[in-house]
Each structure stands twice: as structure tokens, then as C-alpha cells.
Design a protein around this ligand. Structure first.
Ligand code: GLP
Length: 242
């Protein structure tokens, strides 16, 4: 079931999302939390940091799994998702870094590594709450629209539109990796609860498509969420109305 929440603006969206995360951590301090990168969840992370610093929200027993990482750039690279997560969240809360997991874009044996990542999620009890953004082309994590979608964590090629969208973080478009490692649709769908966030006019067309979808299609990877029993979509007015 998809529950739709529309907030006035990005700030409100971020606060509502952070509060849902807070509630889950308070219910279960050992929460296994699935995290996303991109601009969309930045405000939510900022609010989670505030909740930690000002209201004592405790991450010490929380485990996190990130959705994806580029292949071909080092963890220390300022554009890597490893770097991003430390910078935007982990360095500012009391999480045990040993409990944070991000796919390794440099793994020597990628195929084996992908299987290990999914297994590790299972071993930790599965993801309790997964945070998602959405690409303008309907991708979730780095599962791009295609004839087929991967079930488990996989190495994938990025579409031109994603490379272009993500080039804003790089000095030039040629520097954007063309390959990534991403949790598959199955890995995401196994999460007990999912929150998808979208803000801004740019996301309005894909959100419109998603909200009117009555069929699932690999051409709109986010449509797979129609099969999940507990999805909350939090939007701002711009993403909702355009
Ligand atoms: C990126 C990420 C996704 C993210 C999406 C939207 O490429 N791999 O996990 O949800 O695209 O990004 P943004 O939030 O910056 O719009």
C-alpha cells in the first residue's frame, strides 16, 4: 500500500521524514536502516543530526546499509557515496562506523561481493526501514529503466540521463562514473518499511507517472513499489503539483 504525504516545502518534508526515522529508532534502538544518497535526503540527514545533538536521538546501536556506490572512484574521493555519507551524516552522530555498510565500488571480485552484500543484510536481520529517493527517469537506487531489473545487488551501467543529472556534483560530465554497484529491486523490496522522498519541480513528471501507475513496469523501476505492503511517499508541493 502506498501512503502519500504532501508537505508544503522541502524543510517540512525533511522534518517529517526525520521524525519517522526517529520514531522507528525509538521503537527499536537496534534498527537496521537503509540509506540513500543524492540531494533529496540531505535535509532529512540535517534534521537527524539536530535530533541527535539537541534531543539525544541515539544511533549507537543502529545499523545502516546504503543503497549504492559508484564503481571506479575511491572511497576517499569527495564524490564517492562513502565520502558523502560521512560528511553529511555519520561524522555528526554517535553511530558506530563498524555498523555502517556501503557497497564497495572497488571490490576485487564484484560478483561475489554483491552476493555477500545481500547476505550481510540478511544476517543483520534485514532492513527495517529503507529510505529512497527517485531519479527523474524513475530509477530507485541505481536500478535504471530497462527491459529487465536485477533482483539482488549488482553492478550496473548508468543511463545518459542519470550521468547528466549527477554531473552537477563533478567538475565535468566526463568524470561521472558510468558504472555503479546498487542494491537490486529485490534487496529493496525485502525492506519491512519504505519511505520514498521527492522534492522540487524536476521530480513532478516522474511522481505523476508513479502516482497514476496501475501496472508495474521495468521501464519505471519505482513502479515495483506498488507491490510493497508498506510504502510512504513524502513529497513537497512542487514534486506533487509541478
Ligand atoms: C542518484 C542515486 C539515487 C537517488 C537519485 C536521486 O543517482 N543513486 O539513490 O535517489 O539518483 O537523486 P537526487 O536526490 O539527487 O535527486
Amino acid at each position: 500500500m502506498m501512503k502519500i504525504v504532501v508537505e508544503k516545502n522541502y524543510e517540512d518534508l525533511s522534518k517529517v521524514a526525520a521524525n519517522l526515522v526517529r520514531e522507528e529508532i525509538e521503537k527499536n534502538p537496534k534498527l537496521v536502516l537503509g540509506l540513500a544518497t543524492g540531494s533529496t535526503p540531505e535535509g532529512m540527514y540535517k534534521e537527524l543530526i539536530r535530533l541527535h545533538k539537541e534531543e539525544g536521538l541515539d544511533f549507537s546501536k543502529v545499523t545502516t546499509f546504503n543503497l549504492d556506490e559508484y564503481v571506479g572512484i575511491e572511497e576517499e574521493h569527495p564524490n564517492s557515496y562513502h565520502y558523502f555519507m560521512k560528511d553529511i551524516l555519520f561524522n555528526h552522530i554517535n553511530i558506530d562506523m563498524n555498523n555502517t555498510f556501503i557497497p564497495d565500488g572497488q571490490a576485487e571480485n564484484p560478483e561475489e561481493y554483491c552476493k555477500k552484500y545481500d547476505k550481510l543484510i540478511e544476517e543483520k536481520g534485514g532492513i527495517d526501514l529503507q529510505i529512497l529517493g527517485i531519479g527523474e527517469n524513475g530509477h530507485i537506487a541505481f536500478n535504471e529503466p530497462d527491459e529487465e531489473l536485477n533482483v539482488g545487488t549488482s553492478i550496473v551501467g548508468l543511463t545518459e540521463s542519470t550521468i547528466e543529472a549527477n554531473s552537477r556534483f563533478f567538475d565535468s560530465i566526463d568524470e561521472v562514473p558510468k558504472t555503479a554497484i546498487t542494491m537490486g529491486i529485490g534487496s529493496i523490496m525485502k525492506a519491512k518499511k519504505i519511505i520514498l522522498l521527492a522534492n522540487g519541480k524536476k521530480k513532478a513528471p516522474v511522481i505523476k507517472e508513479l502516482l497514476k501507475a496501475e501496472k508495474i513496469t521495468t521501464k519505471l523501476p519505482a513502479s515495483m513499489l506498488l507491490l510493497h505492503h508498506d510504502v510512504t511517499i513524502i513529497l513537497d508541493e512542487e514534486a506533487y503539483r509541478g
